[in-house]
Design a protein around this ligand. Structure first.
Ligand code: RUB
Length: 310
């Protein structure tokens, strides 16, 4: 009974009903808090072991989400629960830690949005992929500041998260044109002609790896190659809290039926959800600490989020 909300949130994340790194992290924290406030336990130790199990369960829904991982690690950091003698006290600590981390995410977001204004310019043509709430916030703030730019976005096969991006931008009165994922190289290069010459490729991130490379929705790598070849700068809008302090992360594989519901028998379908862009292709990261050279990213994390450890 106490797991109902936990199971529901897990399933919503798994089914991509809750999608995007920030939304996944926030939903994970809120589900953990709700469970932690209710789940019966006879001792803080018993309570904590139930919370750990719940956190691991939630994190397993989309293992590529570094922000959700770091959020949970920070909230369950042992010092938060040091010397606690009652379950009631443990519940209070959890609630406070969750509220604090959510605040950290939202304050960071405001700063990323502000620093993003250094990157987008009047009359820009901006190419984006999938749905990043961080990118959308930057674009909406730019529009509010009076910039006139145009966005080109991908539909983002197979689950069409690009439609969310398009809907949000249309609602904000930002000119947006949707293209097929497979047309990205065409639009990023001058093969498509002057009318479609992109000025920047701007996307979000699911995880930032140790060397400064970025993990994002599948397709990002190929698009980045196209952008680099065409001399289009590549910017990643992402919180430092998405840092994954290792050189690799498990890339989620999703069901083949998302691609083809009734394929011919014997056909193998691979449905990876993410890929990664090597550091040398990235122009800069738009973070809560400013626009950062990708090679400086690890140093920025060490300085501002030293608790993110291997
Ligand atoms: C979403 C995606 C987004 C990042 C960043 O993939 O790749 O670019 O998650 O999101 P999916 P945000 O739809 O599979 O979750 O900027 O909102 O944190």
């Amino acid at each position: 009974m106490f797991r109902v909300n936990l199971d529901k949130t897990y399933q919503q994340i798994k089914d991509v009903e809750i999608q995007g790194a920030t939304a996944v992290a926030e939903a994970t924290l809120l589900a953990l808090k709700k469970y932690g406030l209710k789940v019966p336990a006879n001792s803080p130790e018993e309570w904590f072991s139930k919370i750990r199990e719940a956190a691991d369960f939630l994190r397993s829904a989309r293992p590529t989400e570094a922000l959700a991982n770091n959020a949970v690690a920070s909230v369950l950091w042992e010092k938060n629960f040091d010397k606690i003698t009652t379950v009631a006290e443990a519940r209070n600590r959890l609630e406070k830690a969750v509220v604090d981390f959510l605040l950290l995410i939202s304050q960071g977001r405001d700063d990323i949005t502000a620093f993003g204004q250094e990157v987008i310019k009047d009359r820009h043509k901006i190419f984006t992929h999938c749905h990043s709430s961080t990118v959308i916030d930057i674009l909406i703030a730019g529009k509010k500041a009076g910039l006139q730019f145009e966005v080109f976005n991908t539909e983002t096969r197979p689950l069409f998260q690009g439609r969310i991006t398009a809907e949000r931008l249309v609602k904000a009165d930002i000119p947006v044109t949707m293209v097929k994922d497979s047309a990205a190289g065409f639009f990023l290069s001058d093969v498509s002609g002057q009318d479609y010459q992109m000025d920047i490729f701007l996307i979000g991130a699911d995880a930032i790896l140790k060397d400064g490379s970025v993990v994002n929705k599948i397709g990002s790598y190929g698009m980045a190659l196209g952008a680099r070849e065409a001399g289009v700068p590549i910017y990643i809008a992402a919180s430092l809290l998405k840092f994954h302090p290792q050189s690799q992360i498990e890339i989620e594989q999703r069901p083949p039926t998302e691609i083809w519901n009734h394929p011919p028998r014997g056909l193998q379908i691979l449905n990876y959800a993410f890929d990664w862009i090597p550091v040398e292709l990235i122009t800069g990261y738009i973070t809560e600490q400013g626009v950062i050279d990708p090679n400086q990213l690890k140093a920025a994390v060490n300085k501002h989020c030293p608790w993110i450890k291997d």
